[in-house]
Write a protein that binds this ligand. Structure first.
Ligand code: ARG
Ligand code: GLU
Length: 708
């Protein structure tokens, strides 16, 4: 009877796994291709990825190491998210030309703006190098010995890779180190800003609507790749020319309907699908709640000041968005994991696993996980509390962290110290531009109080355990030089020894130094030691899962490499009796409009276009579509990824997920996990009708695949 129940569970688990997955583009032939066809695709595996002829992959780039972007014209025009171009747009903004607020459009090519330090990376080739990487590793060698062999193999393989002078090669681990792939890449460094809508379009709904549906955000911006006279990567130069790509994506204006095939091509950052139940439980019950709680308190304080003070609002807008982004994600993640019974499902699978591995080498893996996750809990908690308190939320403690790096550099001598000092001062200029001691003081008092209450004693410096926080806060914020750039610059003025002496007399630094040093001497080493052991068990567990569940679809966790995820346009039921349709329209922007609100203001021009129905060819049944939902399995890093239709045309731009589905990093559930995309027609409508940037519209290849 018990066996029957387990078999039944096994069946359910398999059916549930029929969607989701982030696949390696060079491995689509066969099963993946067939699955895509069944979802409505006309694309062959070779149309998506090929090395001997142009394919879709030649239009996709890793944007500045984090987001994704795609080439949408034969002149190297790049489309990505507004929130991915945000830093660049901000860097060109001044009070007279506030491109974040008003938008920016280069009406002529020579108006396109240089972005120092920005780069994009193409993937030229992907090779499975598992066999040569693992060559020489043996079961009876120690883990350390095997790891050394692997590192040497990787180094040799990278060095011997056939590639052009201007290309690079690197190797990454997949399936927890059971497979390895080599990537030949090409990195372009002259990337110019071409266009961005105002934040009232590109960031419409801001934090309130973030991770939510229904959504109405025009989260896009435009850049261009420039190359040298041979069409190769080059540093910025006036002489560079628009890059001629091997492939670019035509843009379809035929629109989407529920059930249409969608392929998202991009660089997802990190997922963790194959954790044991005990690990997921630790995240949900112990780690996420503490992180959420710390951010919750910090955000409430910052929000209060932002609402009452315009200067503080500008100073903290970007920081607030960053902190609230994952705060909100974790809350959704925890609820989703609970609602989808993800832990229970893992436990069910583990029961079957135990039966299958009985008597084999793998029979102790789950017990090992249990032991190791118990062992790591305290230090993992201390580490997260440290990161959230010292590094991310209490700014003056983050400043002590930077000064600690400076003190460390002094151990390497005066030259290293002076070099580090210059960099530190440079980074502090940006830091203090957006710093308010008033805000930080309250965050400090609140978060340091929480720190003493929640941080494990073993990882709290003994020297400060009995400190009275209110008094400490007052002392620090009236005496420390770390509360303003002026005072700090004076503190760091002079030769190495006098600076070292002075910083060690500073009240904030004295306190911060205790916290930073315990991180380096205890928290991090303890954490890494156990993580290394966990990684070894995880590698074996992954391999055992693949061996014992051969009928399962195993996709490798995201690791910032190029992936394909496919699905369909689809709505969902967030809760009982509520159904969310998959497409939102401009009408909804107007419905959400709150005059002068920093999240929901709408510009007069957009209201005019709406009222006069000046929609060009971009409307459908009199409506301008704005965003739509799909079942593509995406994560952070997929921002800016193209959404491609059944025939290889761009129909949208990925930028978010729905709140109820943010748990997809651990447990993709096709019932509830949805990615959110900007409709390509909204993008063209804004460029054409809102901005009047005909030059840009003209270079885009606009197609009508459904009308053919
Ligand atoms: N949630 C999206 C992503 O993770 C968008 C973030 C940017 N927008 C914002 N309001 N913070 O990154
Ligand atoms: N907004 C995310 C990003 O910046 C993508 C959304 C997600 O996490 O799925 O990559």
């Amino acid at each position: 009877m018990k066996i029957l129940k387990l078999l039944f569970l096994l069946l359910i688990i398999n059916l549930n796994a029929q969607q989701g997955g982030m696949w390696i583009p060079s491995q689509l032939e066969g099963a993946r291709e067939k699955e895509m066809k069944s979802l409505g695709s006309n694309l062959t595996a070779a149309a998506i990825y090929a090395i001997d002829k142009p394919s879709l992959k030649d239009a996709i780039v890793h944007f500045n190491g984090g987001c994704t972007a795609e080439v949408i014209s034969k002149k190297g025009l790049l489309l990505t998210n507004h929130h991915c171009g945000y830093g660049a747009i901000q860097s060109h903004s001044t009070i007279e030309h506030d491109y974040l607020q008003d938008g920016f459009w280069a009406y002529k090519q020579k108006e396109e703006l240089e972005n120092k330090g920005m780069f994009v990376t193409f993937i030229k080739r992907i090779d499975d190098v598992t066999v040569p990487v693992l060559k020489g590793t043996l079961k009876n060698l120690s883990n350390k010995e095997n790891q050394d062999i692997i590192s040497q193999n990787i180094e040799k393989l990278v060095k011997n890779t056939k590639k052009e002078d201007w290309q690079e090669a690197n190797i990454k681990a997949f399936y927890k180190g059971n497979q390895y792939f080599l990537f030949v890449t090409e990195k372009f460094k002259d990337i110019r800003l071409v266009g961005a809508p105002p934040s009232s379009i590109g960031k419409f709904g801001a934090d309130t609507d973030n991770w939510m549906w229904p959504r109405h955000t025009g989260d896009f911006s435009l850049f261009r790749i420039y190359a040298d006279k041979n069409n190769r990567p080059a540093e910025y130069s006036k002489k560079n020319k628009p890059y001629k790509p091997n492939h670019y994506l035509p843009v379809s204006v035929d629109g989407v309907e529920e059930g249409d095939f969608t392929l998202v091509f991009g660089f997802p950052g990190k997922t963790n699908k194959y954790l044991p139940a005990v690990a997921l439980n630790q995240i949900v019950s112990t780690l996420n709640p503490v992180k959420i709680d710390i951010r919750d308190k910090a955000l409430k304080i910052v929000d209060k000041y932002m609402r009452n003070d315009n200067e503080i609002k500008i100073q903290y807008a970007s920081k607030f968005a960053r902190i609230s982004n994952y705060w909100k994600k974790w809350i959704g993640e925890n609820q989703g994991i609970e609602k989808s019974k993800a832990i229970q499902k893992k436990q069910d699978l583990e029961k079957i696993f135990e039966l299958k591995v009985k008597g084999t080498d793998d029979q102790n893996l789950l017990a090992k996980f249990d032991k190791l996750y118990k062992e790591v809990e305290e230090v993992a908690l201390a580490r997260d509390i440290w990161i959230e308190t010292v590094y991310r939320n209490v700014e003056i403690l983050n400043a002590t962290y930077r000064i600690y790096q400076l003190e460390l550099a002094s151990q390497k001598g005066k030259e290293a110290f002076n070099e580090q000092k210059e960099n530190t001062l440079k980074s502090f200029k940006g830091f203090y531009k957006n710093y308010s001691a008033k805000v930080d003081k309250e965050v400090f008092r609140t978060l340091v109080t929480m720190y003493f209450k929640n941080n494990p004693k073993k990882y709290t410096p003994e020297t400060i355990t009995n400190i009275a926080v209110t008094k400490l806060t007052n002392t620090i914020f009236s005496n420390s030089s770390l509360t303003s750039l002026d005072k700090l610059t004076k503190l760091l003025d002079g030769d190495m020894n006098s600076v070292l002496k002075r910083i060690n007399e500073d009240k904030a630094y004295q306190f911060g130094k205790e916290l930073v040093s315990i991180f380096y001497t205890k928290i991090n080493p303890d954490f890494n030691a156990i993580q290394t052991k966990i990684a070894i068990v995880q590698k074996k567990y992954m391999s055992a899962l693949m061996q014992h569940f051969p009928e399962e679809r195993f996709f490798p966790d995201a690791n910032s490499t190029l992936r394909v995820t496919y699905g369909q346009v689809k709505g969902y039921e967030p809760k009982d009796a509520v159904y969310y349709k998959p497409v939102s329209n401009l009408k909804g922007v107007i419905e959400k409009y709150v005059p002068n609100d920093y999240e929901f203001d709408v510009s007069e021009k957009l209201i005019d276009l709406y009222k006069t129905k000046d929609f060009g060819n971009y409307a459908k049944e009199g409506k301008i579509p704005v965003n739509f939902l799909g079942t593509n399995h995406t994560t952070g890093g997929n921002s800016g990824s193209p959404v491609i239709d059944a025939n290889g045309n761009l129909i949208g731009l990925n930028f978010d997920r729905v709140w109820e589905g943010t748990m997809s990093d651990y447990n993709y559930d096709p019932e509830i996990c949805r990615n959110i995309m900007v409709d390509a027609r909204y993008i063209l409508f804004i460029i054409d009708k809102y901005a009047g940037a005909k030059r840009i519209i003209k270079e885009i290849d606009i197609v009508h695949p459904k009308k053919k």
